[in-house]
Design a protein around this ligand. Structure first.
Ligand SMILES: Nc1ncnc2c1ncn2[C@@H]1O[C@H](COP(=O)(O)OP(=O)(O)OP(=O)(O)O)[C@@H](O)[C@H]1O
Ligand SMILES: [Mg+2]
Length: 582
């Protein structure tokens, strides 16, 4: 009774609970590929069966040679060779087919995880370092996908091999069977300790992999800053310290694995040699034949081998469980609502080329309960007008645009859009379709200039691209490039100036042609003349467009119809006449 309680307590242990939960996710994939998993288990069984059968045939072959039994040698030898050759071909075939299935399973899981992550709430996912996410979706998903196909067949073959060898020995000699299992109690008794160690090392290794990617990613991405501050020696030193940490963990793990290897091998050898000794003793006494001796020897080896395989199923169970857990940590984050309701669909359809008004009603903007940016604020913006948000750095201008995009949700109040017919919908992730956004930082992707623009309108003609580039005052430099719109952009647009990248981002937002345009300091790097030209072009492009922009520059306020100040006191409509620049 007490041991049942103990097992219950053991299973309730958080670490184990988490691994079991992670395995339920792995099982959902095993179920999806159950046909292949069953086929693989059968092939594994066939291979194991052939192995056991070969040992049996070898016994008969030896006994026929030594004259113990009266079987013809040639056919027995032929069967022996035939099964050995068949095993080689089965192994080759299994390798080939298993690779194909493992690759397919891997692709499927990666696709699922990618889609799920792309639809995760932005605030939740942005709490993770991108390198950390990449190790979770790369190496961890890889470990899981390998396990989907192989775990059940491995369990089945290891168990069948073990049970088969055990019963064959039991059939010939029960004492020998007990002897062969003498090491089992040690393995069972040390299980908890080994489980803990395996969990600890697997976690450390996965975390180190994420840390390594983060260090490298940040170093290569910020090379310019590192070089200009003369930080190369500091970063080299940090990298070396990290490598040393990795070295320490690897050596520590190796010491533990070696200790285990020595203990387990010594025990294995002890058991195997005891079996051999006992078998030789029985041969000497004349109880068994040479054939049975060979059978005992191969079965004892098979039994210890398969026992190790059964035991090693536990660390691989833990390894996959931890990796799956790390993937689930990001997969189980809240997902955005991206599907439009019928009413929202209708609203978007009815609002084409009509005037809209956007209202923030008594909203509180916060990232979590403690980090309140501002409280109880209201704002209105109209189509055909430029609404400017101004305010000191860090006061909540970008955060307000994030609220409009549904990237964060207002803690109190509501944000709605109304059309001329009086229809009104609430802002959410799904209504993002109404907006195009030029963020404060660089958002140029790799590919050509045309590829970057066509991201928002795949069927845009070259003429359309030229038009938006002209309106964004970008054509003047793009036209001078040898390949114009087909010029390849280096990573994050490093081949262009900040102002040029900003103009490309504006051109892309114009091409998207949505009713509302959000510009987050999108012209900060432009000279006053170009800025003025870009903004008036945007208005000319579509007189109905609602433009909400943030800026620190008086030149932009001058062009705006309404100006709101954003601060910890909230959003406040300013009287233009009282502004210094007027
Ligand atoms: N992802 C985030 N998680 C938690 N807090 C955030 C996050 N992003 C911004 N903040 C906090 O919200 C506040 C407003 O930031 P925001 O980026 O909106 O300022 P801003 O007015 O756009 O500033 P700037 O003019 O420098 O661009 C800041 O105090 C900032 O620390
Ligand atoms: Mg900002």
């Amino acid at each position: 009774m007490r041991s049942v309680e103990k097992i219950k307590k053991y299973l309730n242990h958080n670490e184990i609970k988490k691994i079991l939960h992670s395995w339920s996710w792995i099982f959902s994939y095993i179920l999806r590929y159950k046909g292949q998993v069953i086929a693989f288990s059968l092939i594994g069984l066939l291979s194991t069966g052939l192995g056991l059968f070969t040992s049996w045939v070898l016994k008969d072959l030896i006994d026929s040679v030594t004259g113990e039994i009266s079987l013809k040698i040639a056919p027995v030898a032929a069967v022996y060779l035939g099964t050995a050759v068949a095993k080689i071909f089965i192994t080759a075939l299994t390798n080939r087919v298993s690779l194909r299935i493992r690759l397919n399973v891997g692709i499927q899981i990666k696709n699922d995880v990618y889609d799920k992550l792309m639809n995760t709430e932005w605030t939740a996912i942005s709490a993770f370092h991108s390198a950390d996410i990449m190790t979770r979706t790369g190496a961890d998903v890889g470990i899981v996908s390998n396990m989907v196909l192989s775990y059940i067949p491995n369990v089945v073959t290891a168990l069948v091999n073990f049970i088969g060898a055990f019963f064959i020995i039991l059939h010939y000699d029960p004492i020998m069977a007990l002897l062969a299992l003498a090491g089992a109690p040690v393995t069972v008794l040390t299980a908890r300790f080994r489980f803990g160690k395996a969990t600890e090392f697997q976690k450390k290794n996965r975390e180190l992999a994420g840390e390594r990617l983060a260090i490298e990613e940040e170093s290569y991405q910020n090379l310019q800053t590192i070089k200009s501050f003369g930080l190369v020696p500091l970063f080299s030193q940090r990298f070396r310290e990290f490598q040393q940490k990795g070295f320490g963990v690897a050596m520590e793990q190796n010491r533990y694995q070696n200790q285990m290897l020595i203990i387990m091998s010594l025990m294995g050898q002890l058991v195997t040699y005891s079996c051999y000794g006992f078998a030789l003793y029985r041969l000497w006494k004349g109880d068994i034949t040479y054939g049975t001796l060979s059978l005992f020897m191969s079965m004892a080896a098979s039994l210890t081998g398969s026992f190790s395989s059964v035991v090693s199923l536990v660390p691989s169970f833990i390894k996959a469980g931890i990796s799956a857990g790390r993937v689930l940590d990001v997969l189980e984050l809240p997902t955005e609502k991206t599907e439009l309701t019928e009413q929202e669909k209708q609203f978007i359809k009815n609002s084409k080329n009509k005037k809209l008004s956007l209202m923030c009603n008594d909203i509180t903007c916060a990232y979590n309960d403690e980090a309140v940016v501002y409280k109880d604020s209201s704002l209105t913006a109209q189509s055909g007008k430029i609404t400017a948000l101004i305010g000191a750095s860090g006061k909540g201008k970008t955060s307000t645009l994030r609220l409009l995009l549904g990237l964060i949700k207002p803690q109190t109040g509501s944000i709605t859009v109304k059309n001329e017919d009086g229809e009104e919908i609430e802002i959410s992730a799904a209504t993002r379709k109404l907006f195009s956004y030029v963020p404060q930082n660089n958002t140029i992707f790799s590919g050509t200039i045309a590829d970057n623009l066509r991201l928002v309108k795949q069927d845009a003609t070259d003429d359309e691209l030229k038009k938006v580039l002209e309106d964004a005052c970008a054509w003047e430099f793009v036209s001078k490039l040898p390949d114009t719109i087909n010029t390849k952009i280096t990573e994050r647009g490093q081949c262009f100036s900040d102002g040029q990248n900003q103009r490309l981002s504006i051109a892309r937002a114009l091409l998207a042609d949505t009713p509302i345009l959000l510009l987050d300091e999108a012209t900060s790097a432009l000279d006053v003349e170009t800025e003025k030209k870009v903004i008036s072009n945007i208005l000319d492009y579509n007189r109905n467009k609602m433009i909400i922009l943030t800026s620190h520059k008086p030149s932009v306020f001058k062009l705006s119809d309404e100006i709101y100040s954003v601060s910890e006191n909230g959003i406040e409509l300013l009287d233009r006449k009282e502004l210094h620049y007027e």
